[in-house]
Design a protein around this ligand. Structure first.
Ligand SMILES: *Cc1c(COP(=O)(O)O)cnc(C)c1O
Length: 377
């Protein structure tokens, strides 16, 4: 039996045609027709006016913070419960991260906590320059109250939709809900280019500036003239072709991931102490990863024991992201709350969730989990 991976790429076969086309036309560079088409297709899907494709989601976020002129002395707030790529660019820019707790339903930024804290900071005239909102595991944050309070105080919202392409909030797409947004096309994400990312916004000046900074900030004209420090962050036309083929299948990929989640819930939802991640009524989660929590007071085994059972069966599972305030590298940073994020890290589990997962493979996952619960009762 072969190893079952958490979220491997799901290729459709059409990627080869797009690659072939790029090679035939000799557009084997970080420029070319697939790139522009990929940007347009994503912008249209998300419902924003402008997009620029780059080498990773982390690079996209770095560019977004550069565009907003975030630098030393500025605070940028972000959720503590996230992947480190959503936070490191704050430090690349020499700014100061401040971490906030999650709400227990979406696992994303606690909207009420954000409002409370911004109100308090406004009183002492010490507002952050930007707030990074992350949509974890294919589920958007509760954006309306977050947007209301941020607009009120002029705090720019950077939406990290790396895990949430195709997710909706009140009929709108993740990536169109804040002021500037980023996506990731890393190998483990629903749509992959092997590695890649995108900056999205309705503001053309911001996206143009991101493009400029991401292509070494070379000034127009023949001479190699530079007035800014830029980066070599542009995505390859080859990889943009892969992304276009992938994007065509997005609806199918989402439907499959959601079906995988439902099948887990049907088969495992009755186990004691198991709680599958909820989906608030205001939007559709893509179920990028099938997530659940295991209450150690009710379940006969702990999350870590369960991880060991899966490892022995050659099945890749993962705990929920380790919060930033528990990372050695971010030790000592300001943290607001943290109980919810800590509990999610201690009890949360992500099951194999690929859109290519077969029923037989999924049955193996289900059997291992049921056996682990039965063995210790
Ligand atoms: C994957 C991810 C990123 C970074 O994307 P890369 O393309 O891997 O650089 C950023 N934020 C979140 C929440 C992610 O899951």
């Amino acid at each position: 039996m072969s190893r079952i991976f958490l979220s491997p790429p799901h290729l459709t076969g059409e990627e080869v045609q797009y690659l072939q086309e790029a090679i035939n036309s000799n557009w084997v560079a970080p420029a070319g027709p697939h790139l522009r088409a990929f940007e347009n297709e994503i912008a249209q899907l998300v419902g924003v006016h402008h997009a620029v494709a780059v080498t990773s989601g982390t690079a996209a976020l770095h560019l977004a913070l550069r565009v907003l002129d975030i630098g030393p002395g500025d605070e940028v707030w972000s959720p503590t419960l996230t992947f480190v790529g959503a936070v490191n660019p704050i430090v690349y820019q020499g700014a100061t991260p401040v971490f906030l707790d999650s709400d227990p339903v979406t696992w994303n930024l606690d909207a009420q906590l954000v409002a409370e804290q911004l109100n308090a900071r406004a009183k002492i005239n010490r507002l952050p320059k930007a707030l990074i909102v992350v949509h974890l595991y294919g589920q958007t944050a509760d954006m309306d109250p977050i947007c209301d309070v941020c607009r009120h105080y002029g705090v720019t919202i950077v939406e990290d939709a790396a895990e949430a392409i195709g997710a909706t909030y009140k009929g709108r797409q993740a990536g169109s809900l804040g002021d500037i947004a980023i996506l990731s096309f890393n190998g483990n994400k629903i749509v992959t280019t092997s590695g890649g990312g995108m900056v999205l916004s309705n503001r053309q000046d911001w996206v143009d500036r991101a493009h400029h900074l991401g292509t070494q900030a070379r000034e127009p004209g023949m001479a190699y003239l530079h007035k800014d420090i830029g980066y070599n962050y542009r995505l390859s036309n080859l990889l943009a072709g892969v992304g276009r083929a992938q994007l065509k299948q997005l609806d199918y990929f989402i439907a499959r991931r959601r079906a995988v989640f439902e099948r887990y819930r049907q088969a495992l939802g009755d186990l004691p102490g198991i709680q599958f991640k909820e989906e608030p009524g205001w939007g559709t989660s893509t179920r990028w990863l099938s997530c659940l929590t295991i209450d150690p007071k009710q379940a006969p085994c702990t999350r870590d024991e369960l991880c060991n059972s899966f490892a022995a069966a050659d099945i890749e599972v993962r705990p929920v992201w380790k919060p930033m305030h528990r990372q050695p590298i971010y030790h000592g940073c300001k943290m607001i709350g943290g109980k919810v994020a800590n509990q999610l890290e201690d009890t949360g589990l992500c099951l194999p969730s690929s859109s290519a997962l077969t029923n037989d493979q999924q049955d193996r996952v289900i059997e291992v989990m049921r056996a682990a619960f039965a063995a210790t009762v």
